[in-house]
Design a protein around this ligand. Structure first.
Ligand SMILES: [Zn+2]
Length: 431
């Protein structure tokens, strides 16, 4: 049996080498569909493209619109695709989930962001690395596997989902709510996000976003003592954060193998600040009126570790605000939670981790690195809503290139990752 598997693995590797041009063309086609999010463009077009591709390998296809999800409208409908191919025997289902959306292009490009040009063994374009290269790799891995092993056990699924870049509510969260990621339907999930071909990403930190507003009283700017300056109150809040929050966050280390290492503890970004009059229009040279600001608002972006909870994070911020209140006369504040996502962390002994680890050793002849992501991705929904714990991110591409100008994917990295994904299918679906 083992020698049969060994020859299957080498046949698979050869078949994937032969599909190099196909892999490149598929990646290019996907990149050329500009699925910018926001606003969430061309989701139906990319789903149709994937549908036509998967149909050739006899996948059963479902197109699912996340009606009523944030941003969903008739102009920008949130379309998702799931393809499922049943094997001939009983067994587990292995699911590859990729998001189809890409972020804004931004400036600084020397290549056409949607041209998918090849240069020096790399394909350039928005979404090449995050994560259409990973999507293409998973499709080719499944196609090569199905040609070689038509009589496999269990099932294979490939999904292309919307809105990961804006929280995944019109994508994986919606599908998880409809039961598509329940453990009796799917047993193993690989998300081919660009974490590098030799790394297994076990999960990600959590996030808690809130708006804090300090309140004051408007008055003439020449008699500020008749008013109450909300910006000065916010200054006191920021000083409190500097003195009594940031040092604590820096020292609160996590067991999660977060990369880069700078994110291996709790962090907080102050996303924006606004106080007083609205920003003047850049086209006007009108002078400001003289007013004491009666409101100042900040938005905080607090990333938390598996050792913390969203509740403890919230209470910590509130207790500092109450401390400031105790120290300043007339200090009033409001706090509004904007969003929270749970951290997720798959066990190192989980079946999908063990299988991909074995495949990395087979293909690259090296031990994999285990990492966790500083920001979240769709694993949170599969974990919390789907209640499926056997999930990782694994895919080709350099994480740091995501969302950058001149984003690219190395063709050789895609070939290797495709082999590793195919290896995993043989490991999990062939007895
Ligand atoms: Zn991504």
């Amino acid at each position: 049996m083992e020698s049969q598997k060994t020859s299957l693995l080498s046949n698979l590797a050869e078949s994937i080498e032969n599909k190099r041009d196909d892999l490149i063309a598929l990646t290019q086609d996907l990149v050329k569909i500009p699925t910018l999010n926001p606003p969430g463009e061309n989701y139906l077009e990319i789903c149709e493209y994937i549908k036509n591709r998967l149909k050739k390998s006899n996948f059963n296809i479902e197109l699912i619109r996340a009606n009523g999800s944030p941003g969903d409208s008739d102009k920008f409908p949130r379309w998702n695709i799931i393809g499922r191919r049943e094997g001939s025997g009983k067994g587990d289902c292995v699911h590859f989930n990729s998001h189809t959306d890409v972020v804004d292009v931004g400036s600084g490009w020397s290549f056409d962001p949607f041209g998918a040009e090849i240069n020096d063994g790399k394909i350039y374009g928005r979404g090449t690395c995050d994560m259409k290269g990973g999507l293409a790799s998973s499709i080719i891995a499944c196609e090569a596997f199905l040609e070689l092993c038509p009589n496999f056990n269990g099932a294979i699924e490939i999904s292309g989902t919307a809105d990961e870049e804006t929280g995944g509510y019109g994508g994986v969260a919606h599908l998880a709510e409809k039961g598509y990621f329940s453990p009796n339907r799917v047993q193993h999930v690989i998300i081919p996000e660009p974490l590098n071909k030799d790394r297994i990403c076990l999960g990600h930190r959590g996030g808690w976003w809130a708006e804090i507003e300090t309140l004051g009283k408007i008055a003439h700017g020449c008699m500020p003592f008749l008013g109450d300056c909300a910006v000065r109150h916010m200054g006191a809040v920021l000083e409190e954060f500097e003195k009594n929050l940031y040092p604590k966050l820096q020292n609160r280390k996590t067991e999660m193998p977060v990369v880069p290492e700078g994110a291996r503890h709790s962090t907080m970004n102050i996303n924006s600040i606004h106080g007083g009059q609205i920003e003047p229009d850049p086209d006007t040279d009108a002078l400001p009126s003289h007013c004491v600001p009666d409101s100042c608002r900040i938005i905080i972006d607090r990333r938390y570790i598996i050792e913390e909870t969203a509740e403890s994070v919230k209470e910590e911020v509130e207790s500092l605000l109450n401390k400031v209140k105790g120290e300043r006369d007339s200090f009033e504040y409001k706090i509004k939670e904007l969003n929270r996502v749970i951290p997720s962390m798959t066990n190192r002994d989980a079946p999908i981790v063990r299988s991909v680890s074995k495949s990395i050793k087979n293909v690259l002849d090296k031990e994999p690195n285990y990492v966790a992501s500083p920001g979240s991705y769709d694993q949170k929904h599969i974990d919390r809503i789907g209640t499926l714990k056997n999930c990782i991110a694994y895919g080709p591409g350099i994480l740091e290139l995501a969302h950058q100008p001149d984003e690219y994917i190395e063709i050789e990295d895609m070939i290797d990752s495709t082999k590793i994904m195919g290896n995993t299918l043989i490991d999990l679906l062939i007895s």
